[in-house]
Design a protein around this ligand. Structure first.
Ligand code: NAP
Length: 240
């Protein structure tokens, strides 16, 4: 039987490429998103053309009850082999102007969402005594980014959470790692001023979603995997 990868936030951008890459590797995909029904439907079609299945789940990760209602019944029957926690938003502003809503929405989606999803799924993975959890953080969570105090806090929080979880579940044969992208060409970064960003990147280009997807795919490979509790930067040298 094919293994299953649960990709949280797979309708667009980086998550979409992760879903397609893992589908190419033979995983059946459980793909979640918030409200982009049409985009998610397109990804589902592309995945099914690769000869594996794709089930869609639409819910808001910042809401525990919604998350549990959407994923709970499925994971009670079967644990996913891989959990990729990728959903995230940015609401950039200098802290001096940042509204309480800009702070709350980013923390509740990016960090509470991790709790809501992982708390719902983890028991089934522990019972299966195997699995991988990959958390998509950001270089902003490693080095900080002006205008992103909320986002950097949420992404640094994910790194701490993933490392602590790695210590809890490693002996249950569940490997937990973090992938921290730099600037990747997606809707999230389309308005960023490229002329100001490029001089910061030694590789002299922005990343592409597939650059992140190939690292996630590597962390999902079966053979000789002894990487656990690590933060792997995919940033062209932006943070080192
Ligand atoms: P994106 O294109 O905006 O896609 C975000 C995905 O997350 C979508 O599938 C979206 O679903 C889902 N999502 C957002 N809020 C959600 C919520 N409340 N509940 C459920 N699903 C939700 O983002 P991206 O640029 O690919 O980024 C993906 C991840 O990488 C994020 O965690 C981001 O912080 C991180 N990252 C991105 C970059 C970058 O340069 N792009 C750099 C570092 C880290 P809908 O389509 O339904 O809204």
């Amino acid at each position: 039987m094919n293994k299953t990868a649960l990709i949280i936030g797979g309708s667009r951008g980086i998550g979409r490429d992760i879903a397609l890459r893992l589908a190419k590797s033979g995983f059946n995909i459980w793909l979640t998103y918030k409200s982009s029904h049409e985009a998610a439907g397109e990804v589902k079609k592309e995945i099914e053309l690769l000869g594996v299945s794709c089930d869609l789940f639409s819910f808001d990760v910042s809401d525990f009850k919604e998350t549990e209602a959407a994923l709970g019944p499925r994971v009670e029957k079967q644990a996913p082999d891989m959990l990729i926690y990728n959903s995230g938003i940015a609401r950039d502003n200098l802290l001096v102007w940042m509204t309480r809503d800009e702070w709350d929405s980013v923390l509740s989606t990016n960090l509470d969402g991790f709790y809501n999803v992982t708390r719902t799924v983890l028991f089934s993975m522990l019972a299966a005594k195997k699995g991988r959890i990959i958390v998509i953080s950001s270089a902003s969570g490693q080095i900080g980014q002006a205008g992103q105090v909320n986002y950097s806090a949420s992404k640094a929080g994910l790194i701490g959470a993933a490392k602590a979880l790695a210590r809890e579940v490693g002996k249950k044969n569940i490997l937990v790692n973090v992938v921290a992208p730099g600037f990747i060409e997606t809707e999230m970064t389309e308005k960023f001023p490229k002329e100001q960003i490029l001089p910061l990147i030694p590789a002299n280009r922005l990343g592409r979603p597939e650059d992140v997807a190939s690292v996630v795919n590597f962390l999902c490979t079966e053979e000789h995997m002894y990487i656990h509790g690590q933060v792997i930067g995919v940033n062209g040298g932006l943070a080192m």
